[in-house]
Design a protein around this ligand. Structure first.
Ligand code: NAI
Length: 355
């Protein structure tokens, strides 16, 4: 029996949210018959329906799942705004270790929740979910993208967008967007990380990889010709670029002092532990391309399914991540500000214009 409670999250938690940017709606849903427990956060529908993947993950506590959904949906709003998409920010989190969890049935239940939101929220893959999972959701609702029959897996597009962001940062720093001979430390060899490793090797870069799943790191390294380091060492590897492609919160007061790179550009959502960490990166002379700028390729590719863009339009917009990054880094340099702060302003300006 599916229970959906709207605005079930305490106002205190929402009010404490960074920047005072309030979420429009937070939905908590459960179906004990299949162990389904989820949070769907709609941060903003100012620019269009809130779009954001469905994450299937284990959390220490339910409050951590809520917090993840809140932060990630906020990031989606910023991402869509900077990428010029006619969409807002949302995110779903399903707890993969809920008692009695049965994947297929839980995804169907999730589809019914998405359907109940009536098109205000559009979903696709995220960490822990696949195009096959989206097909399950599709049995209950049309408000889902990333299907094999449509734009498919967004990861290759996300990886391409990250590459474009990295090239723009290289151009800013070294006067050429060529990555040949540069070394990139890549954290996370999952869907995006593996594609990015291939693109980087094709561009002539040296790649150092790590993954909590050592087998996965070894597989990617063997395929592309990369060096593997233990997961706990990747953030302090000496390299030109760090590409975080695992989970969020990797750039923090603990990790930033140990970084030995000039650029950070990667796919992971929500890379900064706190917004203030952007200033710490700036102080250390590390060029940080904000995650919500660099990793927009996936949501742009999804816009083929979700708002009827042609493939050519989506491809041009993914390449456009390079131009956006160039504009952003030039403005940040001119102002002596962090690219994160400037990107945040760009997003807020578009939200204020409403389109
Ligand atoms: P994935 O689940 O396929 O891969 C993540 C990988 O990171 C896994 O292999 C995991 O073992 C590894 N990992 C986790 N913690 C780690 C750590 N501390 N050190 C080293 N490795 C670690 O996920 P996917 O799809 O590749 O996404 C990666 C990141 O990019 C996520 O943060 C996701 O939210 C973000 N992202 C993904 C998009 C996509 O198109 N798939 C789009 C935009 C953002």
């Amino acid at each position: 029996m599916l229970e959906i409670s709207y605005d079930a999250v305490s106002p205190g938690l929402l009010a404490a949210f960074p920047e005072g940017m309030r979420h429009e709606q937070v939905v908590v849903a459960r179906d004990p018959s299949c162990g389904y427990q989820a949070v769907v956060a709609l941060h903003s529908t100012v620019l269009g329906p809130a779009v954001g993947g469905t994450r299937l993950w284990r959390y220490p506590a339910f409050a951590d799942a809520v917090s993840d959904a809140l932060r990630l949906s906020y990031g989606m709003t910023l991402k869509c705004a900077v990428a010029g998409l006619p969409m807002g920010g949302g995110k779903s989190v399903i707890l993969s270790d809920a008692p009695g969890f049965r994947r297929r049935e839980a995804l169907r239940a999730h589809g019914r929740v998405v359907q109940a939101l009536g098109g205000r929220y559009l979903t696709a893959e995220d960490v822990g979910t696949t195009p096959a999972d989206m097909a399950e959701i599709r049995r209950e609702t049309p408000y889902v993208g990333g299907l094999e029959s449509g734009a498919g897996d967004p990861s290759p597009y996300t990886a391409l967008g990250v590459l474009r962001a990295m090239q723009a940062a290289a151009e800013r720093l070294w006067g050429t967007d060529g990555l040949a001979g540069r070394t990139v430390a890549l954290q996370g060899c999952g869907s995006v990380g593996a594609h990015l490793a291939r693109l980087l090797r094709r561009a002539g870069a040296e790649v150092v990889v790590a993954d909590l799943d050592a087998e996965r790191a070894r597989g990617v390294a063997e395929e592309v010709g990369a060096r593997v380091v233990p997961a706990e060492e990747i953030l302090s590897v000496e390299a030109d670029v760090l590409a975080p492609c695992a989970l969020g919160g990797v750039l923090s007061a603990e990790t930033i002092p140990a970084l030995r790179v000039r650029v950070v550009a990667g796919a992971a959502n929500d890379q900064l532990g706190r917004p203030e960490d952007a200033a710490a990166l700036l102080e250390r002379g590390i060029l940080y391309v904000p995650d919500f700028v660099a990793n927009a390729g996936g949501v742009i590719s999804g816009s083929r399914d979700l708002c009827g863009w042609t493939e050519a339009r989506a491809d041009a917009a993914i390449d456009g991540i390079g131009e956006t990054t160039r504009t952003l880094l030039a403005a940040a340099d001119a102002e002596g500000a962090s690219p994160y702060g400037v990107a945040l302003r760009m997003a807020k300006e578009r939200l204020a214009r409403g389109g």
